[in-house]
Design a protein around this ligand. Structure first.
Ligand SMILES: Cc1cc2nc3c(=O)[nH]c(=O)nc-3n(C[C@H](O)[C@H](O)[C@H](O)COP(=O)(O)OP(=O)(O)OC[C@H]3O[C@@H](n4cnc5c(N)ncnc54)[C@H](O)[C@@H]3O)c2cc1C
Length: 460
């Protein structure tokens, strides 16, 4: 990168917030995936919207690629700077500007860490449900750009259901506001959900207004063990079919059960094929009766064990184990592709069965963990991307997984986005007219294709 560009960036944000040492650049060359890298030419850590506007004007003038970044925990290659250029990392914009208990809204900067936000809300007895399992590190900007979900989404919906308004710096440097702070807003086309889930390809999110809800009064955690994975899948459909929507229904397979036991010794049967973790929440009375009915359904559905967590401490242990699940999988192989194809919830059992067949046929171990309640169990394929032969077979295996999900009426991505990981498959999942419309929208906001290029689109 030309020294005058670096110099101008230093003028905009100050010398300390421009990184160009080799070691620093390496730190920003990868994200939560294990198979994509790209080294930026410079990293900037702005603190204000005005600074971001100046950075974007500079980048536009010189046609420099800009990759927005929060904590870099995404698992689709979204924050990997494939064309070098500038990584624009928002972690220093980390203020919660307002929590309004009457309006049930909050205004946050993009670099606020989700868990810090949740801790602040808990003190006010308020609740923001979207809970990607990277919550300890991921930023609000990253979760908006990825439209993140998590265990609670089965009952409460995903990030886009909570975003009321956004401030976005467009590639030209223009600061645009969309939406507002009202729960209802029917003023023209709704651009808020367009930017929510746009994966950093349309502009930099610099201000976020969120809808909050009151904290549920009571919560119970249930745990069930199955000796047959497909039975566990079928039970999820029968719980939902019985008209009960638990707050969470998570699926953990034998591999993860064994890893949890190795690390935490909480007494799980290591021979069990599947564990379901279920939370119900709401009023004390409703929680009790729903928990009773779910336990009945679990037993009728073939659970070897089905019971309540004995207390808050045991419940917390189960959920801690669940959120450590991905770490357990990632540490078990050199390369892990954490897939997130999603199927309609009444096809779960078939989905699990077909994944088992794909694993046997390909020889690749496929670990299953994730959000059974919304048909979004993550099949995680373990391999070694330095082995060329493995890599070719891996591509075929992933294609088989995508094709199977689409055949079952599912979708390419439930929550991780397209990024670099799935762009070769986009045309199989979307109507060509829809892809054309999306590309035209990209050109309106980003005519020079400097905003996170190479993501979502092939040959972009
Ligand atoms: C262990 C683990 C568990 C996970 N569990 C879940 C889960 O349960 N559910 C789920 O949905 N996801 C999950 N994820 C992935 C999830 O999408 C991310 O963790 C999170 O949403 C990304 O936040 P981040 O701050 O790390 O963003 P990054 O990874 O830095 O960026 C993500 C994308 O957003 C863009 N971006 C970042 N900030 C901005 C901004 N201010 N403006 C515009 N674009 C921006 C980037 O360019 C990139 O395309 C998990 C990841 C890990 C590693």
């Amino acid at each position: 990168m030309k020294p005058e560009i670096i110099h101008r960036l230093q003028e905009i944000v100050g010398k300390d917030d421009v990184l160009s040492a080799r070691e620093d650049l390496a730190t920003y060359s990868y994200d939560g995936t294990t198979n994509w890298t790209g080294t930026p030419e410079v990293v900037v850590l702005p603190r204000t919207t005005g600074q971001i506007s100046e950075i974007m004007k500079l980048a536009s003038r010189h046609r420099i690629a800009v990759t927005p970044r929060g904590a870099g925990t995404n698992i689709s290659g979204g924050s990997v700077p494939t064309r070098g250029g500038i990584v624009l990392c928002t972690v220093k914009m980390n203020r919660v500007l307002d929590i309004n208990k009457t309006n049930l809204t909050a205004v946050v900067e993009p670099g606020v860490v989700l868990q810090d936000f949740n801790n602040m809300l808990a003190k006010e007895n308020l609740f923001y449900p979207p809970d990607p399992q990277s919550f300890l590190g991921c930023t609000m900007g990253g979760t908006i750009a990825e439209n993140s979900g998590g265990p609670l989404c089965v009952k409460y919906g995903v990030t886009k259901h909570y975003v009321l308004g956004l401030e976005v710096v467009l590639p030209s440097g223009y600061v645009m506001k969309v939406g507002g702070s009202t729960v209802k807003n029917r003023t023209g086309y709704d651009l808020v959900p367009l930017f929510t889930g746009s994966e950093g390809t349309l502009g930099v999110i610099t201000g976020i207004t969120l809808r909050l809800i009151p904290r549920p009064a009571a919560r119970r955690t249930l745990m069930a063990i199955f000796d047959d994975m497909t039975l566990a899948g079928a039970v999820v459909s029968s719980i939902l079919g019985a008209g009960i929507v638990p707050a969470k229904i998570e699926f953990v397979d034998n591999f993860v059960i064994r890893r949890i036991e190795e690390k935490m010794k909480i007494g799980l049967p290591v021979d069990a094929k599947t564990m379901l973790l279920i939370d119900v929440d709401g009023s004390e009375a409703a929680v009790e009766s729903e928990a009773d009915r779910i336990l009945e359904l679990l037993k009728e559905g073939g659970a070897r064990i089905a019971r309540r967590a004995k207390d808050e401490a045991e419940a917390a242990l189960y959920w801690k184990a669940r959120s450590a699940g991905f770490a357990a999988i990632y540490s078990a192989a050199r390369t892990v592709i954490a897939e997130d194809v999603t199927v309609p919830r009444d096809r779960l059992s078939e989905y699990i069965q077909r994944l088992d067949e794909i694993s046997r046929k390909s020889g690749f171990p496929i670990v299953l963990i994730g959000h059974a309640g919304d048909g979004n169990i993550h099949p995680s394929v373990s391999t070694d991307s330095t082995d060329k032969e493995d890599l070719e077979r891996l591509e075929d295996t992933l294609t088989a997984i995508f094709e199977m999900a689409l055949e079952l009426g599912g979708t390419l991505s439930g929550e991780h986005g397209i990024g670099l990981e799935k762009k070769r498959l986009l045309s199989r999942a979307l109507d060509p007219m829809a892809i054309d419309a999306m590309r035209k929208i990209k050109t309106i906001f980003d005519p020079d294709n400097i905003m996170n290029p190479d993501k979502i689109w092939e040959n972009a």
